[in-house]
Design a protein around this ligand. Sequence first.
Ligand code: ADP
Ligand code: MG
Ligand code: MG
Length: 252
Amino acid sequence: MLSIKDLHARVEQKPILRGLSLEVKAGEVHAIMGPNGSGKSTLSQVLAGREDYIVESGSVEWMGRDLLSMPIEERARSGLFLAFQYPIEIPGVSNAYFLRTAVNAARRHQGLPELDAMDFIKRVKAEMKAVGMKEEFLYRSVNEGFSGGEKKRNEVLQMTLLEPKLAILDETDSGLDIDALKVVADGVNRLRSPERALIVITHYQRLLDYIVPDFVHVLAGGRIVRTGGRELALELEERGYGWISEAEARKG
Ligand code: ADP
Ligand code: MG
Ligand code: MG
C-alpha cells in the first residue's frame, strides 16, 4: 500500500530524513516512535506534500502510484489521511461545511453519490456522539477556540467520516488527558480493517496500550534504526531512547 524507499528530505538547508525506508501493507498498524527532533513530523509533512519540505532522493509509492508527484488534494482524495500534531484553525468556515465538503470530495473520488445535507447531518451526529462531541461544534469555525482535547476529537471525527485507506496520526496523543486519549484510540480501533492501514506516530508508549500495533519502528537521526513488535515499545518506555542512539553510534 505504502512503500517508502531510502527517502532523504531537508527543510531549508538542513537534512532531516536521511535514508528512511518503510513498508506498510493493508490491514497493518505501524507505530513510529523516536526522540524529539528525530524527524517524525517531517515524515508526515513530506507525505502530506508540504512545500517547505524538500525531497532530495528516494521514492514513495502509494497504491501503485508515485505519491511525491501527486498534487496535495489528490493525496487526500485517494484515501490518505493525515492528522497533525498541531491541527489548523479555519476561521469563518463552519465545521459542518468543512466536513461535508471533504466527505463529498472523497465520495466523488470513489465514484459514490454525494451525501445531501440531511444524510450528512444524520451521519455526522451519530459519529459525534461516538467521539463525545456536542452538536454545537458543527456550527463553530473549524478548530477555532477548540481546546487541545476538542481538536483531537474533531480530528478523529474527520478521520472516521472520511474512511481513509491509510491514516497517519502524528502525536495525536500529546497533551491529552486519559479520556481524550481513549476517544482517539477507540476511533482508531473502529477504523481498523483488513483494507485499511494506520501509522501512529508517538513519543510515548501510553497510546499503544490502547492501540496495539503490529509493528513498532524507532526513528532516530532521520532513519528507522529498529523494528520490532509491541514489546519494543515497552522496552523504550522502560529504557528510554538513549540505548538505541548509543548502539547506533557504536555501529558508526
Ligand atoms: P519530531 O517530530 O521527531 O520531534 P521533527 O520532524 O518535527 O521531529 O523535526 C526534526 C528536525 O527538523 C528538528 O531539528 C526540527 O527543528 C527541524 N525542523 C522541522 N521542521 C522545520 C521547519 N519548518 N523549519 C526548520 N526546521 C525544522
Ligand atoms: Mg517533536
Ligand atoms: Mg513531531
